[in-house]
Design a protein. Sequence first.
Length: 134
Amino acid sequence: MSEVSRDEVIRRYLVVYETLRRQYEEIYAALIALQTAKALINRLSSARGKDVRFPIGAGAYLKAKLHEEPKVLVDMGAGVSVEVSDEEAIKIFEEEIKKAQDILDKLESSIAAIQSKIYEIISAKEEKKEEKKE
C-alpha cells in the first residue's frame, strides 16, 4: 500500500470513527432520557394522594398532588403519542432502554474495531518508515 493510499484509508476510517462516535453520543443521551423518564414514572406511581414535585428545569419544581392513577403520554414515533398506564409506560421504556443498550454495545464494538484498524495501519506505516531509515 502506498503512503498516499494509507493516508487516505486512515482519513476514511477517521470519518467513519467520528460518525460512529456521534451516533454513540446521541443514543447515549436518548438512553439517559429514557432512564430518567422511567425513574420519574416509578416515583409517581407510588405518589398517588401525596404531594409531589415535578422538575421543570433550571432547578425549579412544580408542586402538585396526584388524585388519580397517573396516565402517561408516550411518543411512539412519527408524531404519534398514546396514553398508557404508568405500568405500561414503564414496560415501553424498559424495552426502549434495552434497544438503546444493544445499539450502544454494537457501536462500541464497531468503534473498537475501527480504532484497531487505524492503529494497525499507522503501525505498518511507522514500520515502513523505520525500514527506509535503515
